[in-house]
Design a protein around this ligand. Structure first.
Ligand code: GDP
Ligand code: IMO
Ligand code: MG
Length: 422
């Protein structure tokens, strides 16, 4: 049974926790898009791990973890992450972690270009993670990117970094910004790559062999549907296809290899960075922040919070082909008296059930709500779905009805064991 785990909101839905939970019965975990803009939190055996490029299956022994061709890899960032996670007692061997030779490389200059572009945009900035994701994917599409395979040939790599740096410097000089030194760029990346080299291979036949052998493959999505370059709140999105289709193009496994798609969403909605958020709610944000919740795993930024938005989930379930939902952070609403669910957007007097394409229409969209009674009971100690308060089950049933997809998993706490199977 091969399963895609994908985010249905603006990222940070709890994908890492769900992937880690499902890894127990899987053989292979593969990332197909994004880079170290992702921050996936897993709490297991009392220890908290935050993973950016490493697939969340890395915490289990005897599983194969793959960074697929569609991922953009920052070698310097990945080595720092490996060292940090190894420092937490997790072994990361070439048997356990494979890196695709087709994955594109994030150079230090991509990070600087990301930051420079954000600064130039001023109050129109996207609010990126400044990890160089947009510039690295832009180079890939523009056919001037460097791939992991290019790192295997040092002379060629240095030459290509020279060309790329000269191009970048031309742009930077125009804006009066500091320019880059090509040798420094190449030295830094090659030094980090020495640690990664034993992990590099053609991961496509490895995945196909696993599929042929009937192994269980988990596709770990990064970011979420509303950050997808095609289906998200453009231009306030990331630069990859975060939806289920990206799992195929980003790994080399075809759609026929997929058996199910689990869409992960919180029981409410959060967003970091700029862009529209019709169901945002100051009171709920304050309440969750006061509980110490909803601070970003990658940048530490406070996430904006709002009510569950069924317009987004309906759209997400449609474009991902979601076969089941994993609803996390149900416990976050434990003490609220009255809950709201956004069922439509009113734009210029008409109620819409699906999100608009026009960025100005997003700005005019007013959330239409229905109210449900809160359960006002602690759910964190529930060990089965049956133990959930009836009002919590009613809330989940309504969510399932609104997006036409059954709830398969429920999260009642950050720990691996606080996952209920429906
Ligand atoms: P990801 O990027 O989708 O993997 O999600 P993040 O790790 O960025 O953010 C999810 C946050 O919610 C993390 O702090 C998780 O530890 C936490 N989390 C996940 N599921 C649950 C849950 O069911 N309840 C609670 N209280 N926290 C959860
Ligand atoms: P995970 O995998 C939440 C957001 C940024 C910004 C926009 C573009 O942990 O869910 P980028 O650096 O990708 O160019 O930023 O996307 N963003 C995320 N938000 N979770 C993420 O990943 C994100 N990755 C990027 O905040 O709004
Ligand atoms: Mg995250």
């Amino acid at each position: 049974m091969n399963t895609i785990v994908t985010g249905l909101q603006w990222g940070d839905e709890g994908k890492g926790k769900i992937v880690d939970y499902l890894t127990e019965s899987a053989d292979v975990v593969v990332r197909g898009q994004g880079g170290n803009n992702a921050g996936h939190t897993v709490i297991a055996r009392g220890t908290k791990y935050v993973l950016h490029l490493l697939p969340s299956g890395i915490l289990w022994d005897g599983k194969t973890n793959i960074i697929g061709n569609g991922v953009v890899v920052d070698p310097v960032g990945l080595v720092a992450e490996i060292e940090r996670v190894e420092g937490q007692g997790v072994s990361i061997t070439p048997e356990k972690l494979l890196i695709s030779d087709r994955a594109h490389v994030v150079l230090p200059l991509h990070k600087e270009l990301d930051a420079a572009r954000e600064a130039a945009l001023g109050d129109r900035k996207i609010g990126t993670t400044k990890r160089g994701i947009g510039p690295a994917y832009a180079d890939k599409i523009n056919r001037c990117g460097l791939r992991v395979a290019d790192l295997l040939d040092e002379t060629y790599f240095r030459e290509m970094v020279g060309h790329r740096t000269a191009d970048a410097n031309e742009v930077l000089a125009k804006f009066g910004l500091p320019t880059f030194d090509a040798t420094e760029q190449a030295d830094e990346v090659l030094a980090a790559f020495a640690r990664l080299r034993p992990h590099v291979s053609n991961t496509i036949p490895v995945l196909h062999q696993a599929w042929k052998d009937g192994k269980t493959i988990l596709f770990e999505g990064a970011q979420g549907t509303l950050l997808d370059i095609d289906f998200g709140t453009y231009p306030f999105v990331t630069s990859s296809n975060t939806t289920s289709g990206g799992s195929c193009t980003g790994t080399g496994l075809p759609p026929t290899a997929i058996d199910q798609v689990i869409g992960v969403c919180k029981a409410y909605t959060t967003r970091v960075g700029s862009g529209p958020f019709p169901s945002a709610d100051e009171g709920l944000s304050q309440y969750l922040h006061d509980l110490g919740r909803e601070f970003g795993a990658t940048t530490g930024r406070a996430r904006g919070c709002g009510w569950l938005d069924a317009v987004l989930l309906r759209h997400g379930c449609m474009v991902n082909g979601t076969t089941g939902l994993a609803v996390t952070n149900v416990d976050g609403l434990d003490n609220y008296e009255t809950l709201r669910i956004c069922t439509g957007y009113e734009i210029d007097g008409t109620v819409h059930e699906l999100p608009p394409a026009d960025r100005h229409a997003w700005d005019r969209a007013k959330a239409v709500y229905e109210e449900l009674p809160g359960w006002q009971q602690d759910t964190t100690a529930c060990t089965s779905y049956e133990q959930l308060p009836e009002k919590a089950k009613a809330y989940l049933d309504r969510l399932s009805d609104l997006c036409g997809t059954p709830v398969k998993f429920v999260g009642v706490g950050p720990d691996r064991v606080q996952t209920l199977v429906v």
